[in-house]
Design a protein around this ligand. Structure first.
Ligand code: AMP
Ligand code: MG
Length: 300
């Protein structure tokens, strides 16, 4: 089954995160076994992003949400690593600044949505305003409870403007989170990532679960679906997300734009020597042939 269907929260359905196995691995037992498939999807992602950039008609917004240490940074490293940085942007959202807090809650997110041809990744997002905000009562319920509808309207507007939206909830269990915090302590290169705040959120685990479930239920739509990604295994998380992004881009049936010039004219005008040599079997024929093959492979 396509992962974009398998892990998708069907619009209008109930979500019980307690029933989702965070350690799910599908058919591969180990990272080693999955390597070839991971590599194949990375290549696909690379080619499709190149096509989207070239086509310049639509854009992709990838939203990443999850608890501390769920792997948002690792996912960005993996997915972005497969793409050409020229066509991508990444924005992380922390506690709003005074300027941000003085505006409507969507203001700071809207400025970072992708322009046509581009992929934008949100590391945390407008969903924080229905996650951390209700969990810690940062604004009255009357205010945050209206935000699901605001979010759905905002995402529909983006979609109608040519932005495809994919939202990933990285699902880990509390034991895995504690283990990851511990690994940070054991590795001096990761000490900088340790924060008191991360531990302080653990007692709110169930309140976050409730808030995530509400967001997943109320805001998974056909045009901006939520996916629940089993994320205890980092390699499976990477594979699943790459695969869903690739499947989605593939389904868009994108096309390279028509050339703006007459290619034959250009060939005749500037490449007459090469063309002639190719016809007569001259020395440069092989080089040209190889180059064409490479280009073809890249965009296949
Ligand atoms: P980190 O991503 O670990 O660097 O932490 C960023 C922190 O900012 C997290 O604790 C988030 O919950 C918090 N944060 C992000 N967006 C908001 C928001 N809209 N309101 C309040 N806190 C937020
Ligand atoms: Mg944190």
């Amino acid at each position: 089954m396509r992962y974009s269907k398998r892990f998708c929260v069907a619009p209008g359905s109930k979500v019980d995160l307690g029933k989702v196995d965070a350690g799910f691995k599908d058919k591969h037992e180990t990272h080693q076994d999955a390597l070839a498939e991971i590599e194949a999807y990375n290549q696909k992602l690379h080619d499709l992003q190149y096509l989207m950039y070239a086509e310049g008609k639509r854009s992709l917004l990838i939203v990443l949400q999850g608890r501390d240490a769920a792997g948002k940074d690792g996912t960005i490293n993996h997915v972005l690593g497969a793409m050409n940085p020229q066509g991508c942007s990444v924005t992380g959202f922390k506690v709003p600044s005074r300027e941000e807090a003085a505006h409507d809650f969507l203001w700071r997110y809207h400025q970072h949505t992708p322009r046509t041809g581009q992929v934008a990744i949100f590391n945390r997002s407008h969903y924080e305003d229905v996650l951390v905000v209700p969990v810690h009562n940062l604004v009255p319920k009357k205010v945050w409870s209206r935000r699901y509808a605001h979010i759905n309207d905002f995402e529909r507007m983006l979609h109608e403007n040519g932005t495809h939206i994919l939202k990933f909830y990285l699902h880990i269990d509390p034991e895995e989170q504690l283990e990851r915090f511990k690994q940070r302590i054991d590795d001096p290169a990761r000490h900088w990532k340790i924060s008191d705040g991360d531990y302080a959120e653990r007692p709110f685990w169930d309140a976050y679960t409730e808030a995530f479930e509400a967001a997943l239920e109320k805001c998974s739509t056909r045009h901006a679906p939520w996916f629940i990604i089993p994320s205890n295994h980092k390699w499976f998380r990477n594979l699943a997300i790459s695969r869903i992004v690739a499947e989605t881009l593939e389904s868009l049936d994108m096309k390279f734009p028509e050339p703006t010039v007459d290619i034959n004219e250009i060939k005749k005008k500037y490449h007459a020597v090469v063309a002639e040599e190719a016809e007569t079997g001259g020395g440069k024929k092989t080089r040209k042939g190889k180059k064409n093959r490479k280009n073809k492979k890249q965009v296949a």
